[in-house]
Every structure is written in C-alpha cells, then in structure tokens.
Design a protein around this ligand. Structure first.
Ligand SMILES: Nc1ncnc2c1ncn2[C@@H]1O[C@H](COP(=O)(O)OP(=O)(O)O)[C@@H](O)[C@H]1O
Ligand SMILES: [Mg+2]
Length: 471
C-alpha cells in the first residue's frame, strides 16, 4: 500500500530530474529558479535584520525620551529627600494601541528606591536599550543617569524604563513585510523577465530543430546559418558540412550501383546471346566454340561479382575491423604460388624478393590478401607474354614496404590519379577486367592506415609501392 503510494511520486520526481538533465530549457529554468529562491531567502533574512534594527532604534528613542521626562520630574524637598511625581506623559508615549505595559524605577546614586519596581532589571550600559525578562514578560529596558538639582555636584539618579514587546514586534513586522514585499516583487519581476528572455533566446534553437525535423529523408540542402544566434552558427555549419558529406556519399553510392548494374548487364546480355546461339547450333564444333565463349563470359561476370563483393567488404565501416597479425612475406609467397601456373603458361618470370624474417602488419588478413592478389594479377595481366614480374616484401624501421614491379606498358602519368577510381579502366586496355582492382587496393590500404603510390619501374613498366605500419 505504502509502496503503491510512493511509486507515482517517485516517478514524477525522477521524470522531473530526467527532464532537467536532458532539456536545455529545463536546465536554464532550473538555474534561474534556484537563483531566485536563493535571492529571496537572502532578501528575507536581510530585510528581517534591518526591520529588527529599526524597530529597536525607535523603541530605544521612546524609552530614552520617557526616562528623560521622568528624570526631569525628580525634586529634592526642603528636608533633602528626593521626591518624584511621575508625569503621565512619560508613560502615555507608549500608548500606541498595542496594549503594551510600561515599568519604571527611579533609584538614587546611593541605592535608595525613589519610585517604581525595585526588581526591574538594570541594563549593563547607560542609555542603550536591552532585551530582558521582567517577571514573566519579555521587555525592552533602558536606563538613564541624570543629575538632580539640589543634590551634591556629582550625585545622579538612575531612571530605568521598560516596555513590553508588543509595539516593537508590530513595528518590526510591518517594516519587514513592506520591505520584503517590495524586494520580492522586484525579484519576481526580474525572474519573469529572465524567463521570457530565455524563451525568446531559445526560440531560434527550437526553430532549427523543427527545420531539421521537418525535412524529408532526401532533403540535404544546407540550412541558413542566420536562423540562429552567432554562438550557434558553428553548429549549423557543422550540420551543413555533415549533410554535404552525406549527399556526396549518397551520390557516390548511386553512381556505384548504376555503374555496377551497367557492368553486369553487358556480359549478361552476351551470355544470353551466346546461350541462344549454342542452343540453335547443330554443328558440334561450332556449338563447342559457342559454349567455350559462354563459359568465358560467365567467368567474367562471376569475377566482376566477386570483385564487387570484395570492394563492398573492403569499404571502411562495412564490417567489424579485424585485427589479425599478418606476415606479408608469407602471404605474398602463398599468393605467388597460386598464380605461378598462369605465369608459367604465359612464360612470365614471376619472382619474389622477400626477407626470411616475417614482415608483420596488423589488419584484416582476408583483405590484405585480396590487395596482394589484385596487384600481382594486374602486373601479370598487363605484362606481355615473356615479361618479368617481381614482388618485394621488406621492412624499413616501422614500415612494411611492398613493391610490385613489371616490365609491361606501365601507366601514363596523367592516368595515375584516376586508375584508383571505381570502374576506371584506361582507354584501349585489351585484357578484360572490371576496373575495380585498384579501387579495392585503395580501400584496403586506407583501412590499414597505409599508402599506395605508382611510379615508373627501372626497366619501363609499372612500379607499385605500398607502405603499411608494421608491428
Ligand atoms: N601493372 C599495370 N600495368 C599497366 N597498367 C595497369 C597495371 N595495373 C593497372 N593498370 C591499368 O589500370 C587500370 C585499372 O586497374 P584495375 O583497377 O585493377 O582494374 P582492371 O584490372 O579490372 O581493369 C587497368 O584497366 C589498367 O589499364
Ligand atoms: Mg585489375
């Protein structure tokens, strides 16, 4: 039962705390309200102190005036006896309608009580009021020493006057209340203005939020930075930069898909034609020729599809980065073994110059192997029969250096920047290919934090060098 009751209020509280933590507006508002509460508390205390001091001062003044009137009324008669008739005015000045009671005592310098209450407390100092208890009442009491005409030169009498607190309390309350309400009104006004200012200040941010929220998925044109204040413009600029990057990426993606579709369509159409030809052909030899061509086209499409797959896997962020430690010398040796047959068939001198020691890098083993396959495949593919292809693996300090040298036609200077682009093939390149090999190389090298460069080989041909951080 208790729990049931406690739960909703706790829910509300934690929700409120959550709102303050997450909402800028609630946070600013909370600060303003806390400041206001603090200001009101301080104001409450200070105005109480000042009202108290003023009420004490006024009471003391009245007490002093009353004591003086009583002191003036003291007479010494012919016998040398001190006598007094208390003037009514001395007591009437306390009649302010709050039902205060007044007490007094008049004492000679030698301690004789002339009039009043003998047990009225005597303040420590002259002419300064003090709060004391008299019988059961709290009183403000003040004492005045006064010379008396007809007594010895330095003979004085002491007049103590005390009054209950009613009037003083009422005055203090009134002073305090008027002071406090005035200040409270000011503080609340300031708070209200601050809150309005806050709302107005935040309005552009809310407009920005709505502007972003209203946009469709495809709308990526830049937002106007002038819709928010100076301080917030970097945020809008950052947002615009981000949208531009997304836009570029989307355009690249679209281009890629349409290129890929294009690249696939041509050989697929060819396959379709070749299949029809083979099906129609009655002559065995001619049908075998058609089937061989069909097989070759199928291989080409398969290769293209697998290159597309490799590229999408090599793309940054397409899969969880793997951190294998790979020995590049060993990997190069294995790749060369698989390509040795092809090299032999085309009478190409395929060699490896690798140190005996392992040259290790950290990265995705499969992708690093794909990179090697593509670079060696290019070198073999574009080098004429009887040529020479050499692969080198070495370590320079903390860099693993891979190089691929051939004596084929090389790549003209002007083309070097483009060949890494997707689907880019140099015009007139004879051997078939997809134009994706070097794009894959670039993705892999970038992903491993390295760099790739093209240069002229010493004996003509192409020299590709790849540098990767070694471990
Ligand atoms: N070793 C090389 N020698 C001469 N040209 C090369 C070599 N490697 C690549 N190229 C050129 O760069 C182009 C892009 O290569 P790549 O991206 O691997 O695509 P692909 O090999 O599928 O055509 C090739 O079409 C070819 O013209
Ligand atoms: Mg290639």
């Amino acid at each position: 039962m208790h729990n049931d009751e406690a739960a909703p209020s706790k829910g509300i509280l934690s929700r409120a705390v959550g709102a303050v933590k997450t909402s800028l507006r609630a946070q600013l508002l909370a600060w303003v309200v806390l400041t206001l509460i603090g200001a009101i508390c301080i104001n409450l205390y200070l105005s109480f102190r000042s009202a108290d001091a003023t009420a004490n001062l006024v009471t003391d003044h009245t007490l002093l005036a009353s004591a003086r009137v009583i002191a003036e009324a003291v007479r010494v008669d012919a016998n040398g006896t001190v006598q007094i008739d208390i003037p009514p005015a001395a007591l009437e000045m306390f009649d302010t309608g709050y039902g205060d009671r007044v007490f007094y005592k008049v004492v000679t310098a030698w301690g004789n009580l002339v009039a009043g209450f003998p047990d009225l407390p005597r303040p420590e100092r002259d002419s300064i009021g003090e709060d004391r208890t008299f019988r059961t009442d709290g009183v403000r009491v003040l004492m005045l020493s006064h010379p008396v005409v007809g007594l010895d030169q330095d003979s004085t009498i002491s007049v103590a006057v005390a009054v209950t607190h009613n009037s003083q309390d009422a005055m203090r309350r009134r002073l305090w209340l008027s002071d406090f309400t005035k200040q409270l009104a000011l503080v609340l006004l300031a708070g209200l203005v601050t809150i309005i200012g806050l709302q107005r200040g935040l309005a552009p941010v809310l407009r920005l939020r709505d502007a972003v929220r209203e946009r469709g998925r495809q709308r990526l044109d830049p937002l106007d930075p002038h819709m928010v204040q100076n301080e917030l413009r970097p945020l809008v600029h950052a947002l615009n930069d981000h949208m531009e990057r997304v836009q570029n990426q989307m355009a690249a993606q679209r281009r890629f898909v349409s290129n890929a579709a294009h690249q696939l369509r041509t050989p697929l159409a060819l396959i379709s034609t070749q299949a029809s030809v083979a099906a129609r052909e009655t002559d065995n030899i001619r049908r075998d020729e058609a089937l061989t061509a069909l097989r070759s086209s199928t291989r080409q499409v398969t290769r293209l599809a697998s290159q597309l797959l490799t590229l999408s896997r090599a793309e940054h962020g397409s899969r969880r980065p793997r951190n294998d430690t790979i020995d590049l010398a060993e990997t190069a040796r294995r790749v060369l073994e698989t390509l040795a047959e092809e090299a032999l068939r085309r009478n190409i001198d395929l060699g490896l110059e690798a140190s005996e020691k392992p040259v290790c890098v950290e990265g995705d083993g499969t992708m690093l192997r794909e990179m090697l396959v593509n670079l060696i495949d290019n070198a073999l593919r574009y080098t004429q029969d009887g040529g020479r292809v050499t692969v080198g693996v070495e370590q320079e300090d903390d860099t693993a250096l891979l190089w691929f040298e051939d004596n084929g036609p090389g790549i003209p200077e002007a083309e070097r920047a483009h060949v890494f682009e997707r689907f880019y093939r140099i015009m007139g390149t004879e051997p078939e290919g997809s134009g994706l090999g070097l794009a894959i190389v670039r993705e892999v090298v970038d992903g491993a934090g390295g760099s790739a460069a093209l240069a002229d080989a010493a004996g003509g041909g192409l020299l590709v060098s790849v540098r990767l951080p070694a471990v």
